[in-house]
Design a protein around this ligand. Sequence first.
Ligand SMILES: [Zn+2]
Length: 182
Amino acid sequence: MLTRRRARHEKRLRAICATQLQGMDFPKPFDIDVFLQRLSAHRGRPLHVHELPDLGGAGAPCGLWLAFDHEDHLFHPRGLSRRHRAQVLKHEATHILLGHRTSMDIKAFVDLLPDGIDPVAAEQAFGRTSYETDQERDAELAASFLDELIEELSADPYAAGQDDVLARLDDALGHPVKDRRS
Ligand SMILES: [Zn+2]
């Protein structure tokens, strides 16, 4: 059931994503790799996409985001369909947009990697199953409305920004903006 509280939460997530995406030129038709390249340029941080090796087992991760001081690395499992791969990467991209952080001490983690990034070690350290945390739920939710949000921003780059302001006002005032008189 989409409760009022949940609707407000989704609105807030949309506003955060919209702010992060504002001013970006989106690929038409949408292409996840081009989108990630442009997001990387927009953020001024190199972003690399890698395949995770086939690890087997039921606990295989959906995907992975490693944020280092100056660059981002996204991982997706090997052998996914084009569509599924895009879904996984979109989910990881929303972690970036929402400013999520892993609780892992990244410096300690890097010490485990003798030759740059070892995806197996990365999976063991960061592997997780979906929906376990609030961050996972938020990322899933944001991934579900990302296409729509990108379409809105493509059509009117300022629309979502206004929404952002209204969402903040709404939060601050604690009642629906639409009921206010201008
Ligand atoms: Zn996730």
